[in-house]
Design a protein around this ligand. Sequence first.
Ligand code: ADP
Ligand code: ZN
Ligand code: ZN
Length: 676
Amino acid sequence: MPNILRIAIASPLRRLFDYLPPSEGSEGSESSKVPLQPGMRVRVPFGRREVIGLLWEVRSQTDVPVDKLKAVLAVLDAAPLLPDEIMALAKWVSDYYHYSIGEVLLSSLPVSLRKPGNALENAQKKLAKLPEGSNEILASPVTLNAHQEDTLKKIREKSKAASVFLLSGITGSGKTEVYLRVIADNLAQGKQALVLVPEISLTPQTIARFEQRFKVPIVALHSGLTNPARLRAWLQAAQNKAAIVIGTRSAVFTPMPTLGVVIVDEEHDGSFKQQSGLRYSARDLAVVRGQMANVPVILGTATPSLESLQNVTRKRYIPLSLPERAGDAVPPQVSMIDIRGQRLEEGLSNQLLGKMRTHLENEGQVLIFLNRRGYAPVLMCHMCGWAAECRRCDARLILHHAPKHLHCHHCDAQQAVPRHCPGCEQTDLSLLGVGTERLEEALQQHFPDIGIARIDRDTTQRKGAMEGLIDSIHAGENRILVGTQMLAKGHHFPQVTLAAILDADGGLLSADFRASERLGQLIVQVAGRAGRAERLGEVLIQTHHPEHPLLRELLAHGYEKYAGTLLAQRQASCLPPFAHLALLHAEGHQEKMPMDFLQEAKQAAVALKKSGVELLGPIVSPMARRAGRYRAQLLLQAPQRGALHQLLSSWAPHLETLKSARRVRWALDVDPIDTF
Ligand code: ADP
Ligand code: ZN
Ligand code: ZN
């Protein structure tokens, strides 16, 4: 029996594929002189195509008749591209999220390495020309306070073990300073540090802060990089030439031979969960990675996720806290504005406008948070009730002014603004609701002499635009800040003295079980933007529900108490972290298709006769049609994680074989962050 090469291929089929070594005299025979090792890339025939695969293992047996096996065409690497550690992590991901190992492995590689070509050699050549990096750690400009000292001591005590710490500390309490000290320890021992941040907060500001302290090679890995730049950064980390890797979620797969610590900043942030393709949580993988590498993991945030809090209760994570603001900053005063029965001008109450005036007169800056970009969320006809809707989604089109058009925020479809109502031909179309564009316009009228910076996806897409806006705020040229989520995360605006949330009601009324957790986090995070320097800050929340018990609890007793109440509610209703969920999504060109598939899938699950998992649905998804496809979902809920995974392990491969599966696109989402 010849050697059998088991190859991982980026196919949705949940299995490995057996091949023979390159045949004598073939194009690949020269390369086959290199000893074959797992983690090397190969080129193989696959169906009618040729694809790149990764060698998973070399075996002496196969379930396929040997004369049916095809030979590998070429071995592409002289040494494994992925170390054992990343192979093991990928295996874990494949088993836990129930995706094919090939999809996981290939998607963990930089894009340029997933296709044939000489990207690797080119990158190596460029890297060889880089000067040797220096290795200097500058002294911290601050003296740690007692809480920080204590925190650092506890982390140091466990620095040789795979402990997971949940570091909760309000914004400005000095968490980053603690990260920097821990990283300094690691650098001094010649070890690398991996820092994960949410997509949005990876600004040059963050990187600059690291670069000021550490004169060592630092690489940033995020979606803004070109493919060659990304590959170079990845190689620098993999070859131990970068001491610090700062990156967004996919950076969790970066090979780092001397990894000494993993830090996840803003661990509660939803952007750590990938929502399409391979649906993994980078926060959870960071913990797995730390355990596999036997190094500490620090999860930091002002507003811990309920999952992480529950892991503290279960004694899986070690709690650390920084209860006070570092330096002299004072926590802000938070209060509500009751907007029931009030006339709002473009979403702004008189009370809020008055407060803004006071703060601006006192040389402060004001931040207004509104999680809706564009000009107005609804364009409608007052005569017949027609409203602009996306042709491909069950969603309204959002009116944008600059440039003027209607935009679908779900499928990105765009169309011209009609001059008259398509229903009744009258020309006076009205706008309902307020987006950030309209808010900016209204504020300009109220405060004509004051510069306004609007920060949302529309104003920050151009390279350098975000930095420009941030600089203008720091320089005091713009003293009113209007923005979406982007504004609520991670930035330091020391001159902001008033922060306001224009509309908190969405989070109170939403059907999503995580909505109230997110609202609490948002309020605390927005509040964290005010009064960061020596000035006292004020936070105002506009709501129609000032009596809402959750809001009252948050304001009176703070996030920790609030989270405790939410946890009790989750326990009572058997929701995560007290139960474990998986969602099976399906979409198809005809309404029937996803439902037929999910029905068949459900029957298949029942037939497996595994106990301890409840199957809920299938139901039509809350957004029934998106980008022209009809959508439905089936929810799996289990009190014990083990039972859920037992079912999924036999069920997921079986789903591939269902006839109805060929007519839909389907995806499994383990630990979904929302059920929509
Ligand atoms: P966080 O990451 O929790 O938001 P940071 O570490 O960014 O907090 O600290 C907030 C601000 O306080 C920063 O400007 C930082 O330099 C400063 N700072 C941190 N620790 C101290 C300290 N012990 N004494 C004085 N200033 C500090
Ligand atoms: Zn009309
Ligand atoms: Zn659409």
